[in-house]
Design a protein around this ligand. Structure first.
Ligand SMILES: [Zn+2]
Length: 372
């Protein structure tokens, strides 16, 4: 079953990129596609505006579904940023749940539950502004949607933050580990195993779930840090939603932020596995909030290099982001995409005790260096 899906996806990629073909690297293919960076939602007077930010111009087609009534849009030649919020419940009389997912190798599908008639909504695209080079698709719901303010490049609450890789030249030197433990002693460290409970995170080959790997790595890391004298607080220690069973996405993320902020932690680290529609994608990346501190950037750099030393994974760089948990935590914070659960080799490695131990050791080494 999995194999047939894999073959299908491989064929699809071959059809979609006939010139480039299978010899093309992941990077080459992604360069031809538009990355859906984030989804922004604003409400005013029972009107709802949804804006998708894309890295390149996109073509799309819309259609309606019934029972419940939904408006759907397929964006061609696009891929979804791995940690975009995939499901949002809008508190409005005209729009319910909004879901976004990678529908196939080159299509991102957005489905919006709505009770408005065909005349009650409008969908249009906007070209990139010279400053941001972010393209936008705008959905306006509710009568009189034209009264909404003009779409701006940056809404005050959710700034558009293009992902930027840090050049290799600014990456920190590797510092030896011995005697590092004394810096960790007494520090309060919050570890956030990504996803859990009703949210499996990404699902890789052989049904390997991101939420299980992130928990295994986090528990291993908890042991290492505790042994070194740190006070470790976990946002979860079992397969549960942190906020409450089947919590909505933002509520769930806020619950994780609350754990760290209430503890006045010295450091927050969220642990994730990456995923992509092509099984070729692989490697390690870390993220910190684009308007965050140099300490967060340093933490992200050190955790990334620590993981790569241990796992031997490809270096995908430290990147800036707008992810909820690193944006809203008040201490130095980073998010690690340890490796790709969608890559058969990396998925299998991280689904093993050996892989989990190495990943945890790498993150631990990075944290040790951070506190030196
Ligand atoms: Zn994740």
């Amino acid at each position: 079953m999995q194999k047939s899906i894999f073959v299908f996806l491989s064929l699809l990629i071959f059809i979609v990129f006939p010139v480039i073909g299978q010899a093309a690297s992941f990077g080459d293919r992604v360069n031809t596609m538009s990355k859906i960076e984030q989804i922004r939602i604003s409400t005013a007077d029972e009107k709802v505006r949804i804006v998708l930010d894309a890295s390149k111009p996109v073509s799309y087609k819309t259609f309606v579904l019934s029972n419940p009534n939904r408006v759907a849009i397929d964006i061609k030649g696009a891929w979804l940023s791995p940690d975009i919020i995939k499901e949002t419940l809008v508190d409005s009389s005209c729009v319910g749940k909004i879901r976004v997912r990678q529908f196939d190798a080159d299509t991102v599908r957005v489905v919006i539950e709505t009770n408005v008639s065909q005349n009650g909504y409008e969908i249009f695209s906007l070209p990139a502004n010279a400053n941001t080079s972010i393209y936008r698709i705008v959905f306006d719901f509710g009568d009189g949607q034209k009264n909404l303010p003009a779409v701006v490049e940056e809404s005050p609450s959710t700034p558009i933050v293009p992902t930027v890789a840090i050049p290799n030249s600014v990456q920190p030197p590797i510092i030896p580990i011995p005697n590092a433990m004394k810096g960790i002693r007494g520090k309060t460290i919050v570890i956030d195993p990504g996803h859990g409970g009703s949210d499996s995170g990404a699902v890789g080959t052989k049904g390997i779930m991101e939420k299980n790997i992130t928990l295994a790595i986090s528990k291993q890391l908890q042991g290492l840090l505790t042994d070194a004298g740190a006070k470790v607080i976990m946002t979860r220690t079992s397969d549960v939603d942190v906020a409450r069973p089947s919590a909505e996405a933002v509520e769930e993320l806020q619950a994780r932020v609350d754990v760290a902020n209430r503890a006045r932690a010295d450091l927050f680290l969220s642990i994730h596995m990456d995923s992509f529609s092509s099984s070729d994608a692989k490697g390690t990346s870390t993220y910190y909030y684009a308007k965050g501190t140099p300490a967060s950037q340093r933490l992200a750099n050190l955790v990334r290099s620590g993981i790569i030393e241990q796992l031997g994974t490809e270096d995908r760089g430290t990147k800036t982001c707008n992810f909820y948990v690193v944006k809203h935590t008040t201490m130095p914070a980073a998010l690690a995409e340890v490796a790709f659960v969608s890559n058969p080799g990396e998925g299998q490695l991280l689904n093993s005790i050996d892989g989990v131990k190495k990943a945890a050791q790498g993150i631990y080494n990075g944290i040790c260096r951070y506190f030196q």
